[in-house]
Design a protein around this ligand. Structure first.
Ligand code: GLN
Length: 524
């Protein structure tokens, strides 16, 4: 589970430059703030980006009910009070809010047949908004039998270049704060640029009251998939088993995720790739690198399995961006998802540049919609064609609100969300990648490509629909019917289901084309 101490009910309403990408789960969870009450129900499928990491590392699909925010907890507490749940009592942070938190955690621990429940609490020790969660953990430890809980504190160990030394002070300080909240970490994981120096390890151990072997080094690695191996070298697994009174067992299995030696091979695959393929990503949330993390990872997975390293060229589009200059050295273009007007014209130009120069192109969600707009403007002569999201008065609304969205006024959990069935058209590039008539991929959108603009003229210019929903009313993807050019727009997000040991099929098809394009260009 992941706890996000902010007051939003879910991260769906957050700009990705606040906390990074918003991850979409396969399931949509009906969150009822008051038990059994039909009155209020929020659809939750938009959750914290860390769940993408959990799914990629653990090979499981996580239910959105595993993401707790303060918004959910306070909403439940206050609405329960109105329903008379605490009749006669003064409703207080302790015990009512802490009870609400413990109930959410214990419900999952009890109902989901788990061996171990890992709970990550976001934020920083000392944050006012996370202190209530720390207090709940303190109570849980007291209530549960001995050796049923373990506390792992993750801390930053900065390196001072001027002094040439790692610094333990921030760690000492945050541990002091934890201790004053009644929490003693059992294990301290130290995020640092380089591996932890021995004397720093000993210092942290001494000051924080944990044995030196429980101070774990967590340095920057060439690939993030190497981290579990670095932890295993330091016997983190054994320490945790000991703390939780579990017997260690050899991790063997018949697939990559459960077999330790397969994971070792996987890391070698990622580290072994030498050649690079450069993918241009025009977009607008590049202030932080995590805004499109699932896309970055899906590209890396596909490239690694083809023996390549992906070089991602993030192009933060502004009014001054020279699109052609930015894209001319790219082996492929991935047009990113997004919302709202900013950067849109530059993104449309990027799609046009890809079509005109036959550069392998993949548009995801918003990227697919903007690709369609570029096509309508360039090849159908529909001047001013646009999405009504961007220009409500456009003469050619080639992208418009989904029928199901017309009555929606509230924000948060109200888009077309989650894993949905997709009917793939035979003979298309999509079909060649998936080899399946039906697939399930994840969605998050309000607008969609309008079928009435897929005219005979559009078809003559090579535009085809490559998949729809089950009713055949919603276009789920389009592509250019060109032998010599891979140019696809997907309304869905295959990146959310890409795994390091099982890359997304359509991302793999795209990267394969980018590699071909690079090689061909090299000969010209
Ligand atoms: N803004 C677009 C829509 O709502 C695309 C959303 C997205 O890229 N996830 O349809």
């Amino acid at each position: 589970m992941k706890i996000d101490p902010y007051l939003n009910v879910d991260p769906g309403t957050l700009n990705p430059i606040e906390h990074g990408e918003c991850f979409i789960t396969e399931n949509v969870w009906d969150f009822r703030p008051v038990d059994e009450s039909e009155e209020r129900c929020y659809k939750i499928s938009e959750i914290d980006q860390d769940f993408g990491t959990y799914e990629r590392f653990l090979g499981i699909e996580i239910d959105p009910s595993h993401n707790i925010t303060s918004g959910q907890i306070y909403l439940s507490t206050i609405l329960s009070e109105r329903k008379g749940k605490f009749l006669g009592r003064t409703v207080q942070i302790i015990p009512h809010v802490t009870n609400m938190i413990k109930e959410r955690l214990m419900d999952i621990a009890k109902n989901e047949n788990l061996d171990v429940l890992i709970i990550e609490c976001g934020g920083t020790v000392g944050d006012l908004e996370s202190s209530i969660f720390l207090e709940s953990f303190r109570q849980l430890k007291l209530e549960l039998p001995k050796r049923h809980t373990a506390f792992v504190h993750v801390t930053l160990v900065p390196y001072s270049r001027a002094v040439g030394q790692q610094k333990s002070k921030p760690t000492q300080h945050s541990i002091k704060m934890l201790q004053s909240a009644g929490l003693q970490p059992d294990i301290v994981i130290c995020r640092s640029e380089k591996a932890l120096d021995e004397d720093i390890r000993r210092k942290i151990s001494l000051f924080s009251n944990v044995p030196p072997e429980a101070v774990i080094s967590n340095p920057d690695a060439e690939t993030v998939y190497e981290i579990p191996l670095l932890f295993e070298d330091q016997q983190l697994g054994d320490s945790l088993c000991d703390l939780l009174d579990l017997k260690a067992k050899l991790v063997t299995g018949d697939n990559e995720i459960t077999n330790y030696s397969e994971w070792v091979k996987l890391v070698e695959l990622f580290k072994g790739a030498k050649e690079t393929v450069r993918i241009g990503m025009p977009g607008k949330y590049f202030n932080i690198s995590d805004s499109y993390i699932s896309i970055n990872d899906a590209i890396e997975h596909a490239a690694a399995h083809l023996g390549y390293k992906a070089e991602l060229k993030m192009i933060n589009i502004t009014e001054d961006t020279n699109i052609e200059n930015q894209l001319k050295d790219c082996d492929g273009i991935l047009l990113t998802p997004g919302f709202g007007e900013r950067a849109v014209e530059g993104m449309i130009k990027s799609a046009e540049y890809a079509m005109e120069n036959k550069i392998p192109f993949l548009g995801i969600c918003f990227g697919a919609q903007l690709f369609f707009i570029a096509f309508c403007r360039k090849y159908l002569g529909l001047e001013g064609a646009n999405s009504t999201e961007i220009d409500p008065d456009t003469p050619h609304p080639v992208v418009d609100l989904l029928e199901s969205q017309k009555a929606v006024s509230e924000k948060g959990g109200t888009m077309r969300l989650g894993g949905l069935k997709i009917i793939v058209e035979e003979g298309t590039r999509l079909d060649k990648a998936y080899h399946k008539e039906e697939i399930i991929e994840r969605f998050r959108h309000r607008y969609h490509i309008q079928e009435k603009y897929i005219t005979e003229e559009a078809k003559r210019n090579g535009l085809i629909v490559s998949s729809t929903d089950e009713t055949r009313k919603i276009i789920n993807s389009i592509e250019l019917n060109r032998e010599d050019h891979f140019c696809l727009g997907l309304q869905f997000h295959p990146e959310f289901k890409s795994r390091p040991y099982s890359p997304s099929k359509i991302y793999t098809a795209f990267i394969k084309e980018c590699i071909k394009f690079k090689i061909k260009r090299g000969f010209e």
